[in-house]
Structures are given as structure tokens and as C-alpha cells.
Design a protein around this ligand. Structure first.
Ligand code: NDP
Length: 486
């Protein structure tokens, strides 16, 4: 019998997603460049209860083992390997077949591949998958973008294999090709932001509040039962509780203290910052989180600089309980700003690329399976249901109330951090974002005056219509309304 679906690429993600589909009763054909991974996957399918999964070591046999229209999901390393794999698969496909790339792909690559496959009549879908190994096996968040008809054909599989939450499966049709990769990319940027905000909360609580790892574990556990409830807060609590069990290590030491303060990354966070700049969307929280990773990488330089550059030597005294409460509120408020930035970026890219992305649906499909899953995504979804054209999450009535109730705590945390020399770029970036967005007047009048002064870039006035320019060095001579003059 022919299989329902094919999966090519059997590393961590592919192997687990293949088993996920098979465990939901879909018959799955699998294939991989190196044949040993095919054997491993087939063996796992046997071990996990004789799941309906067949292995192939030849691409042609693999493709021909699928029922039509063929549905083939690729999960290989992003970039050229995806092109190589598509080329190998497509030559055996027929009109109407569907190829899905599930990798973390730069969205213009998906646009290009979609065009290349069009003359062959092959539908191409770029589908972001989040949730790592466990998500892939038990239910990830699936972010597909491509032809609607292709999504409809895939939908029964995606709906069953995605994470399930109270309001359905964590997948939806996001829009035309590129949209799924884009939403996944921004998801990763938000993930960077969340992780940096948590790191800053840790730093402030540890350095200014003097909290021990045991206390931090306790605090994060408590936070996970309130407004901050989320996967990242949950795993952070677990991290603070983990003792060092390496052979020869002191078993009373905490593992977190032994880990080198240098962060790795694979590049999706950088794409978000590039995109934000490209589309003129302010994303200071996410940008700061990327910068923090770059600076973390300069370990040797930092060790050297720490002997040359000075900061405050004393930390202002604080009420520990008050600090814990303030940091929780600052973290939550900063998080709202970060999600607002990410969602506004998705909206702007959607407008510019002709994708009709429903931001409330984005929030909903992130509720389960993925790394940024969090209780408050429900509230984001509700905000966009209330007003789909909401300019910013910040001004949704409920979020505005929360921000207004928290900003003093937020300011106390950022002030304390500044006074103590504790860098909190994402907390302060978020706070400045909030303060700029809520200001009817910014000092941009001066910036615009300077631009007119040195470059004749002209300016608008607050009291009159028209475009103005002025000879700034001659007090008595103003050229006035440029439009009228011309
Ligand atoms: P990797 O990104 O580590 O890629 C390894 C797979 O790619 C192997 O199957 C390998 O085949 C195959 N491959 C590499 N080069 C080629 C090539 N030229 N031709 C054919 N196959 C090739 O695998 P992951 O499972 O980690 O990730 C798959 C995708 O999912 C990536 O885009 C990744 O960014 C994304 N992703 C990963 C997550 C994770 O937690 N790991 C989470 C979310 C998304 P071989 O066995 O022969 O070497």
C-alpha cells in the first residue's frame, strides 16, 4: 500500500516528526541521505509499538511509495541542503504533488523555491516548526505558508500532529509562501528576547538582591503559577535546582554556576533584527537580546576589560521581597513590549509581501508545542480578536492597564540596575520603547531641525500646513513654506 506522507531528513527533528505522524495513524515513508538514520528510525518505529513507518534508502523508491497527491516533508539543514534535496525529490514528483520544507529557512529562499517548482506543477510550502526534539515527537507548533490548496491537503495531518491546546491544534494557515518561515523567524526573535529578559531578571536578583540559586529556583517556580506562566520560566526554575552531577564535581554545587557565560546561536535572531531594520519597525528588546549574545561571545575581551573599566562598587540596599516583586512586574511589562515589536514586524512584512497574516492566530498557535508557549498568549489572541487592526498591543485596553499598573516597578528595577552597574539592555530597551510610544511629543523636532540645517531636508510645522526650510544661520531670513515657494 502507498504511504500517506513522506519525510526526508532524519536528524533530530525529522526522525521525531516522522514518529509523531506515524503514532497518529498516518502511514509514513522515510528517507535520509545517510542510510544509517533510516535504519535507526525504522527501529524506533518498531520499538515504539510497530508504528506504520517504512524506510527507503533510494529517493526514487521513497517518492514512488507515496499516495497522490504526494506530500513530502523535508527536514534537512537549511540552505543548500534543502535545494539539493528538493532537486533530488522533484524529479520523481508529478503535477499536484506537495513539497514542504520544515526547516528554519530564510523566507526569500522559500519564495525562490516556490517559483522554481511552479513550472513543474509542484506546490511548495515553507513551514516553521518549533518545539525542538520533544515538540517534534509529541506535538510542535506548526507554522505553514504556501498555496491554500496545499495547506488544505496537509491540514488533516498537521492538525493531528501539532500540539493541542484548549482552543485547538497549534497550527493554522498563515498565508502564501514565505509567511510561515517569517512567523517562525519572528517566533525565534521573541524567544531570544524572552531568554534575555529572564537572564537580566536573574542578574538583578542575584547581584542586587543577593538571591541564592535555591531562592531563584523558588522564585521562578512561584512566577510560573502567575502571569509569567510559560515554558521558559518553568525550565529556568528547573535549571536553578540542578546540582552538578559530573563525575568528580562537588555534588553540592549548582550546575548553572559552572556553565561558561558565552551564548551560541544559529542565526535566526539576526534575521529578525535585519528584517526589523529593513522594514523600519522598532524592535529594541529583540535587538538588545541579539547584541547581548554578541557581547557574551567576547569572553576574553570582557575578562581583560573588567580589569580596566570601572563600575559602581556598591549596590544600593534593597528590600528583597519588594525587589522580587518589582522584577516580576518589569519582566512581564518588558515581555509585552517585546511581543508587540515582533507582532508589528509580522504585520508590516505581511503588508509589504501581500500576506494576510492573522496576528491573533499567530499568538494562538504559539500557545503550545513551541519554546515561547505562555499563558499570556491567550490574552494577545483576545486583544486581536477584539480589534484585528490594533496598532500596538501596548494600547489594547487590558495590556495598557497592566503596563500602567507596572511602570513604577519597571522603573525601580531599571534604575537600580543602572545604579548598580548591572546591564539590563532588554529591560531598559523595553521601557524606553514604552516611554517613547506613550509620548505625544518626542525631541525629534530638534533632530529634524538639524537635518534641515545641514542637509536642507525640510520640516513640517506644528502650527501650519506645508513643508518648510530655513536658512538657519541667518536669524532674519526664513525661506518659509517650500511647497508655496516652488
Ligand atoms: P540538522 O539541521 O542538524 O540537519 C541534519 C540533516 O540534514 C541530516 O538529515 C542530514 O543528512 C541532512 N543534510 C545535510 N546536508 C544535506 C545535503 N546536502 N543533502 C541532503 N541532506 C542533507 O537537523 P535538525 O533535525 O536539527 O533540523 C532540521 C531543520 O529543522 C533545520 O532547518 C533546523 O534549523 C530546524 N529546526 C531544528 C530544531 C532543533 O531543535 N534541532 C528546532 C526547530 C527547527 P545526513 O544524515 O546524511 O548527514
Amino acid at each position: 500500500a502507498l504511504s500517506d506522507v513522506g519525510l526526508y531528513g532524519l536528524a533530530v527533528m525529522g526522525q521525531n516528526f516522522a514518529l509523531n505522524m506515524a503514532s497518529h495513524g498516518f502511514s509514513v515513508s522515510v528517507c535520509n541521505r545517510s542510510p544509517d538514520k533510516v535504519d535507526t528510525t525504522v527501529q524506533r518505529a518498531k520499538d515504539e509499538g510497530n508504528l506504520p513507518l517504512v524506510g527507503f534508502k533510494d529517493v526514487k523508491d521513497f517518492v514512488l511509495s507515496l499516495s497522490r497527491p504526494r506530500k513530502i516533508i523535508i527536514l534537512v539543514m537549511a540552505g543548500k541542503p534543502v535545494d539539493d534535496t528538493i532537486a533530488a525529490i522533484a524529479q520523481h514528483c508529478e503535477e499536484g504533488d506537495i513539497i514542504v520544507d520544515g526547516g528554519n529557512e530564510w523566507f526569500p529562499n522559500s519564495l525562490r523555491r516556490s517559483k522554481e517548482l511552479e513550472p513543474l506543477g509542484i506546490h511548495f510550502v515553507g513551514m516553521g516548526i518549533s518545539g525542538g526534539e520533544e515538540g517534534a515527537r509529541k506535538g510542535p507548533s506548526l507554522m505553514p505558508g504556501g498555496p491554500r490548496a496545499a495547506f488544505d491537503a496537509l491540514e488533516p495531518i498537521l492538525v493531528k500532529c501539532a500540539a493541542q491546546v484548549d482552543d485547538g491544534a497549534c497550527t493554522t494557515y498563515l498565508g502564501e509562501i514565505g509567511s510561515g518561515n517569517y512567523v517562525k523567524m519572528v517566533h525565534n526573535g521573541i524567544e531570544y528576547g524572552d531568554m534575555q529578559l529572564i537572564a537580566e531578571a536573574y542578574d538583578v536578583l542575584k547581584i542586587a538582591g543577593g538571591l541564592t540559586n535555591a531562592e531563584l529556583g523558588q522564585v521562578f517556580t512561584e512566577w510560573n503559577s502567575g502571569e509569567l506562566e510559560s515554558y521558559l520560566i518553568e525550565i529556568t526554575a528547573a535549571i536553578f535546582k540542578k546540582k552538578d552531577d559530573l563525575a568528580g564535581a562537588n555534588k553540592d554545587d549548582y550546575l548553572v554556576d559552572k556553565i561558561l557565560d558565552k551564548t551560541g546561536m544559529k542565526g535566526t535572531g539576526r534575521w529578525v533584527v535585519q528584517e526589523a531594520a529593513e522594514r523600519s519597525v522598532a524592535a529594541p528588546t529583540i535587538t538588545a537580546s541579539l547584541d547581548a549574545r554578541y557581547l557574551s561571545g567576547l569572553k576574553e575581551q570582557r575578562v581583560h576589560a573588567s580589569k580596566i573599566l570601572n563600575g559602581p562598587t556598591e549596590i544600593p540596599s534593597v528590600d528583597k521581597q519588594q525587589l522580587i516583586d518589582d522584577v516580576r512586574q518589569a519582566l512581564y511589562a518588558s515581555k509585552i513590549c517585546s511581543y508587540a515589536q515582533g507582532l508589528n514586524l509580522i504585520r508590516e512584512a505581511g503588508v509589504q509581501n501581500g500576506w494576510k497574516i492573522d496576528l491573533g492566530e499567530c499568538a494562538r498557535i504559539w500557545k503550545g508545542g513551541c519554546i515561547i508557549r505562555a499563558a499570556f498568549l491567550d490574552r494577545i489572541k483576545a486583544a486581536y480578536i477584539k480589534d484585528p487592526s490594533l496598532d500596538s498591543l501596548l494600547i489594547d485596553a487590558d495590556f495598557a492597564n497592566e503596563l500602567n499598573a507596572r511602570h513604577f516597578s519597571w522603573r525601580r528595577v531599571v534604575s537600580l540596575a543602572v545604579a548598580s552597574g548591572i546591564p539590563t539592555p532588554s529591560f531598559s530597551g523595553s521601557l524606553s520603547y514604552f516611554d517613547m510610544y506613550r509620548r505625544a511629543n518626542l525631541p525629534a523636532n530638534l533632530t529634524q531641525a538639524q537635518r534641515d540645517f545641514f542637509g536642507g531636508h525640510s520640516y513640517n510645522r506644528t502650527d501650519r500646513e506645508g513643508v518648510f526650510h530655513c536658512e538657519w544661520t541667518d536669524a532674519h531670513h526664513s525661506i518659509g513654506n517650500v511647497a508655496e515657494r516652488n
